[in-house]
Design a protein around this ligand. Sequence first.
Ligand SMILES: NC(=O)c1ccc[n+]([C@@H]2O[C@H](COP(=O)([O-])OP(=O)(O)OC[C@H]3O[C@@H](n4cnc5c(N)ncnc54)[C@H](OP(=O)(O)O)[C@@H]3O)[C@@H](O)[C@H]2O)c1
Length: 274
Amino acid sequence: MTTSSLPGSLVLAGAGKMGGAMLRGWLALGMEGSDITAIDPFLSEEMKQIGQTQGVRLAETAEGIAAPDVLILAIKPQMLESAAVAFAPLIGPGTLVLSIMAGKTIADIAARLPALAVVRCMPNTPAAVGRGITGAVASAGVSPAQKQTATALLTAIGQVAWLDDEALIDAVTAVSGSGPAYVFYLVEAMARAGEAIGLPPDLAMQLARSTVEGSGELMFQEPRISASQLRINVTSPGGTTAAALDVLMAADGLEPLMKKAIGAAKRRAGELSG
Ligand SMILES: NC(=O)c1ccc[n+]([C@@H]2O[C@H](COP(=O)([O-])OP(=O)(O)OC[C@H]3O[C@@H](n4cnc5c(N)ncnc54)[C@H](OP(=O)(O)O)[C@@H]3O)[C@@H](O)[C@H]2O)c1
């Protein structure tokens, strides 16, 4: 994706954890700070510094701000209702609204804002280090050029996967949106299992954490090798890894448990957006 797809003007509504990560990504991609306005009633010290050093315009409210090419909604979902009136003047005839609000559908957004072009996204927390993955779906009013712009903006925080069907957003939420927590929990579980076989707690945690960090990095650096193949590559028949995998890959092992967990997350995503 080239930087030529980046918008000429962008308003970020909500410069919190995820909005802030996106803002840092856009600046790193080469967007001019002066093309960006960040609106947030309580701007963090970091945001204030970015405003000063990179020329990003900072505002506490939407008042007096012209309609941009792209309006990013990175506020908490429960704030949409009360913020919609203030944000409505930010939407011009060509404005693309890109929402990362969990559980807010394209129809929810279109019912509250005069927006024809809406992209609904589900990013995840590794976005903070530019290694997130975002599932995205576009409304019928989004032009091919706007879709390219959305891709360029989302690429600033990692990979982008476009969905044809908005209903899949709940499944994306269950796998990648909530997924980082499963991986962090895997580290906790591995560390506790290490303790149970005699390792000091600190060492068990260091071993577990570093193993997950390194394995993730290995997958990242070897995108053409499947996860299955990477697993096979480190599993000698009859060896120690195989002994553990016999347990994890049993009929009542990790896979049915993961299906149950991810199914629960998907159901909850549906309830929250219902
Ligand atoms: N973090 C994640 O991993 C993640 C993943 C997927 C999706 N999301 C979605 O991303 C959105 C933001 O999440 P977050 O974790 O970045 O939350 P956050 O850190 O709380 O950021 C939201 C920011 O928006 C500000 N805000 C509230 N009302 C506003 C208004 N009317 N105008 C402008 N700014 C306003 C908040 O200010 P106050 O603090 O003063 O309220 C806060 O700074 C949520 O909708 C969430 O569902 C987050």
